[in-house]
Design a protein around this ligand. Structure first.
Ligand code: DP6
Length: 342
């Protein structure tokens, strides 16, 4: 992470601001061996994004013990965050305070550059930014593995990947933290996101992980995974888009098969999801190589190489039910900022 922020500002406050991107998984985390300790059933591989991000300022107050969590959604000022969001943040602040034995309380202000909780991995970017900003406010120097490990403990496994740029695997071979496979310069892949739903999704990823095992297709997907992980690593290594695309698309569809056949069933897709999927198949029929992937939500990430991006955007624009198109791509990871939100 680039260090360009003076921890104690001119007023002597212990304050840090971090921008952390979201990420999109090519091989998904869906189902856990131990959900309480965020131990996933299988390794996941993701691409860190550059446009979709969370910005978070944290101030450490040595006196007091009640944290303050504010957020900004859309235009307007920062407001006290609702309990559905603030409770997770406070739990993580308590966890980090215990970990560092620092006492006191934290003030937090956070915002996203994209719709929250709509399957665009706002927890990943949000908890990555929060964790790194707490580390910054406390003046804690840490390596990538520790940062990732601490972000994972928030309960958002995907946050462990967002602390790193480029192409990332979690867990690493050696431990339950994420490691970078290649940095963002390795391969310039693009992610054209078709937003078809901007509200909060009905079923959290947490509940999805909980229910995953109840699907008769859960074990089938697990059996596919060693081959898929190998195929994705090789395709990334060789920058072979024709090898990468079909695997990531099959993996995303399988995640949703498992979700739809869980007990109780989870249907994230909206009619416009299928409209986008069909449009992408149409692009391929016309010789434009683009493949989809999706998180736990209705929105569709269309992955392509730079020379295809304009065609993808043109095809998705104006489709029935597509509310917005976000042009994203592989990014370098989190960075600090000097302008605080608090
Ligand atoms: C479908 O438990 O990390 O995005 O806390 O909501 O970000 P959030 O979810 P998390 O599960 C991620 C589920 C996924 C797949 C993935 O990103 O690997």
């Amino acid at each position: 992470m680039s260090e360009n922020h003076d921890l104690k500002n001119s007023e002597g406050r212990r304050l840090a601001t971090v921008v952390s991107p979201s990420n999109i998984a090519f091989i998904k985390y869906w189902g856990a061996r131990d959900l309480d300790h965020v131990v996933p059933e299988n390794p996941s591989i993701s691409m860190t994004l550059r446009t979709c991000h969370s910005r978070c300022s944290v101030e450490h107050l040595p006196v007091g013990d009640t944290h303050e969590v504010r957020w900004r959604e859309g235009s307007g000022g920062f407001k006290v965050a609702p309990p559905s969001f603030a409770d997770r943040v406070v739990a993580h602040l308590d966890r980090l305070r215990d970990h560092f034995g620092c006492g006191g309380a934290f003030r937090v202000a956070t915002e996203n550059s994209f719709p929250s909780a709509a399957g665009l991995a706002s927890s990943a970017s949000g908890f990555s930014a929060l964790t790194l900003a707490v580390l910054g406010a406390l003046g804690e120097d840490s390596d990538d593995a520790t940062r990732s490990e601490l972000a994972r403990r928030s309960g958002s496994g995907s946050a462990s990947r967002s602390v790193l740029g480029g192409y990332v695997q979690w867990p690493a071979e050696q431990g339950n933290y994420a490691e970078q496979l290649w940095d963002h310069d390795h391969w310039d892949l693009r992610d054209v996101i078709a937003v078809v739903e901007s509200g909060h999704k009905e079923v959290s990823s947490l509940d999805g992980h909980r229910r995953a095992r109840t699907s008769p297709y859960f074990e089938t997907r697990l059996r596919e995974l060693p081959g898929r992980l190998e195929a994705v690593r090789r395709a990334l290594s060789e920058r072979d888009f024709s090898a990468l695309g079909p695997v990531i698309e099959a993996e995303a569809i399988d995640l949703h098969c498992v979700a739809m056949t869980s007990e109780p069933a989870i249907h994230y897709w909206k009619p416009a999801t299928l409209t986008v999927l069909e449009a992408v198949r149409g692009l391929r029929r016309d010789g434009v190589e683009a493949w989809i992937t999706m998180d736990a939500g209705a929105n569709v990430h269309v992955i392509c190489e730079p020379h295809s991006e304009a065609d993808v955007v043109a095809r998705l624009q104006g489709l029935n039910g597509v509310l917005e198109i976000i042009r994203d791509g592989v990014g370098a990871g989190p960075f600090t900022e000097s302008e605080p939100l608090l």
